[in-house]
Structure formats: C-alpha cells, structure tokens
Design a binder for this molecule. Structure first.
Ligand SMILES: [Zn+2]
Length: 422
C-alpha cells in the first residue's frame, strides 16, 4: 500500500514536467548548455575552432572542413545524426551577424549532453534527421566584424556568379547533401518593428520567394509550415515580437536560390530586444526556435500546420528609433517650440574589431507621434539645454548630447544618445 502511494505520488509529481512542452523545458534549462566562453558577438573563428574541434571526441558528431575562406580560414562542418531527412544549417554568411552562431554553439553542447531528461529527444533527432551545421560561413568578415567577405563581396548576392569561395562552399553543400530543409541564420537591424506597433521585431522569419511572382510550391509551403510551428513556440516568450521579413525576390541571394533548388528554407533574422545589446536573450530564443523547429522536422508535425498562419505574421516595418524623447521644448531666440527628438546609436568597431563604441546621431526632430522608441522618455515640456543650462538647439545628424530641464532643474542627462534620469 505504502509502495503504491509512493508510485502515485511520483506519477502526480512528474506530471507538470511531462506536460511542459519542449520549448518551455529548453527555456528553463538553457543555462546548462549555454557556451560560457562566448559572451559577446564579436568573437572570431579562432574562438570558435576549439569548440568545434572538441566535438571530434564525441562519437555522435563528425567534424570536417567545409572549405577555406578567401584568406584561408578553415570553415568547419559538423554532422549529427544518421536519419532522413538531411537538414543544413548555416550561420554568419554576413560576418557581423553572430547571434545564431552563438546559439549553434549552445546547441552543440545540448546535443553532447546526456542523462538530463532530453535523451529521447536527442535519440529522435539522430534517428529521424541528419543535421549538418556550418556555424561561421564568413570567418574573414567576422574577423573584421563586417557584413562582406574579405573580397568585399556580399556573399548573399553571389549565389549565381559564385566568385567567393564561401559562396562556392554553400552551393556545393546544398548540391551534394541535397537537404530537405535549410536554416539560413542572420541578424537584422535591432530597430525593425513587428508591424506598425510599439513592439520591436525580436525575431523575423522568411520563407524566401523563388521567383518575382512569389509563387507557391510544396518546397516553399513547407518553409511556411515550419515557421508557423516555430513561431507558436516563440510567442510564449516574446508575444507579438515575431515578424515576417519582406519576401521580395532577390535573384542573386542564397535563400531564394536554395528554395528554387528544392530545399525548404527558413530564414531567421535576429533583431532587437530592449536592454540586450549583445543579444544574449535573442541567442537563447534562437536556441529554442531552432531546436523546436528540428523537433517538428523529426516528428513530421510541421506537416499539420496551416500556411495561412504564416501570412498573419506582422511584416517588418520601420517605426522604431533607439531612443525617442517626446514633448521636449526648444527655445530658439525666445521662440518656444515643442519637439520630439529621435536618436539612433551606431556601433563603431575598435581597432581589432573585438569591441565597439557607440556613436549616437539625432535622426529626426518634430512631430514624431507616429513612431516609437525602443527606449522612450516623456519630457513633459522640459527645455533642451546644454550642460550649463543654456538653451540649446539640437541639430539633425549631430551627436545627441544635451540636458532636459524642468523648472530650471536637470531631469535627464543625455550623453551620446544615452539618457540618465537625474
Ligand atoms: Zn544577413
């Protein structure tokens, strides 16, 4: 009797855990798998290689070289699993878009683990798919923290002419592996809006169009179905902050061509999230989105999704600034005007592109009531002054350094686009 009670007790206790879906469990245990040696985006190929080399000691993985960059940097290819379908995931074809690369390193740690309650899931992934990862396709660009390759070519406009070794590698992998699914992993501006709303687009998806008419076939439909499935999971963590990238056809881009060549492509763009300049939370969201997407492929459950749900995602729009100051006043020779001030902050690489400083710019002035700020200040009629409290005229394209004074008292100190409340 006592024994049976214990069994019932354990069964009841385990229910909440079993009932939790994969996304929530991945979210809650993420820190176990997060690659701790990578904490910011500007890491280089030399930081990545020891982590991919380490996988050579694990029989679950096959690590090889996909090829070499223009400057001779090795581009690793990591294989996991033995089943069908084949899936190809590549990140950082643009050298300054590293958020998903960090998530792939976390996923390697996740796939290397065992005895943590996820063994069944890993077994299913290995049996029902073969995963091929290229975690840093443009290491020369990453070295300089620039979008383009060492040849100063945007390799995502080189899918047809194939003048960069990096583009040749990607096309070669698609042609030889013939993946059923592809994950094309990028970063976008942190200032895209999810539709015309106050919500920033933290993640945007795209089922790329393979022609100008944006036609539909089963390859593209599968992309949309997979996105619907991944979006449902992401909405639990970032409600209304998932958007859809423009599906305008670009005949020179890889996403568009790989879709045409028969691989269902999911493009993931890591955007912005408040107070996450190094995109560490967005990295975690990539970890969740990619693994749940891979689950939907291994289970075949993406097939049940209605592609119309994809069309319901809000479009990427441009309604956000980094900082929007509303209802400030300026004193122009005694004439008082009410203005909103919009500020963006650009990242300027340091000498070896391992870090950066911000350069802020006043982007717009006037009635900006139709826009939003990732950060917003309601100045409540405060006067814009210089550091000495004298009336100050903000100018377009200049650095945002000034104060906001209410009743001759400084209420906000704005320095190079960063506002501090006084
Ligand atoms: Zn990109």
């Amino acid at each position: 009797m006592k024994h049976r009670l214990l069994v019932v007790f354990l069964f009841v206790m385990s229910q909440p855990i079993l009932a939790q879906n994969l996304a929530q469990r991945l979210h809650d245990s993420y820190e176990l798998y997060q690659e701790k040696s990578i904490t910011f985006r500007r890491f280089k190929q030399k930081d990545l290689l020891p982590l991919t080399d380490k996988l050579k000691n694990n029989a679950q993985f096959q690590v090889s070289e996909a090829g070499k960059s223009f400057e001779g940097r090795s581009i690793p290819l990591i294989k996991y699993g033995k089943g069908a379908p084949p899936v190809l995931l590549w990140s950082q074809m643009h050298g300054d878009e590293a958020t998903a690369t960090m998530a792939l390193l976390d996923i390697f740690n996740f796939l290397s683990a065992s005895g943590d309650g996820f063994d069944e899931f890993r077994k299913k992934l290995a049996a029902n798919s073969t995963l091929y990862f290229v975690p840093m396709l443009n290491p020369d660009g990453a070295e300089r923290w620039q979008r383009r390759t060492a040849q100063e070519i945007d390799m995502n406009r080189d899918a047809l002419r194939l003048q960069t070794p990096e583009a040749q590698i990607l096309k070669g992998l698609q042609q030889s592996l013939k993946p059923s699914f592809g994950f094309n992993l990028h970063d976008q501006s942190p200032r895209y809006s999810a539709g015309n709303t106050p919500n920033v687009a933290t993640i945007s998806f795209l089922a790329t169009a393979y022609d100008y008419a944006r036609s539909m076939n089963t390859v593209r439909e599968r992309s949309m179905q997979l996105i619907v499935s991944m979006n449902r999971e992401l909405q639990k963590f970032i409600p209304k902050q998932v958007a859809r990238y423009s599906d305008e056809h670009e005949p020179r881009a890889f996403g568009d061509n790989i879709q045409k060549w028969g691989t269902s492509i999911v493009l993931i763009e890591s955007g912005g999230y408040k107070n996450d300049p190094e995109k560490q939370y967005i990295r975690k969201l990539n970890f969740i989105a990619i693994l749940t997407g891979l689950e939907a492929i291994a289970n075949g459950t993406y097939n049940r999704e209605n592609r119309a749900e994809y069309e319901k995602l809000p479009q990427n729009e441009k309604y956000h600034f980094d900082l929007l100051i509303r209802n400030a006043r300026i004193n122009q020779n005694g004439k008082i005007t009410t203005v909103d001030v919009a500020v963006n902050r650009a990242e300027i690489n340091n000498a070896d592109a391992t870090g950066f400083t911000y350069k802020s710019t006043i982007e717009d002035l006037g009635d900006l009531s139709v826009f939003y700020g990732v950060e917003e200040i309601n100045a409540q009629g405060a006067l814009i002054t210089d550091a000495q409290g004298k009336a100050f005229l903000p100018h377009l394209n200049e650095t945002a350094t000034f104060q906001l004074q209410l009743s001759q008292k400084t209420t906000w100190d704005v320095k190079n686009g960063f506002a501090e409340k006084k």
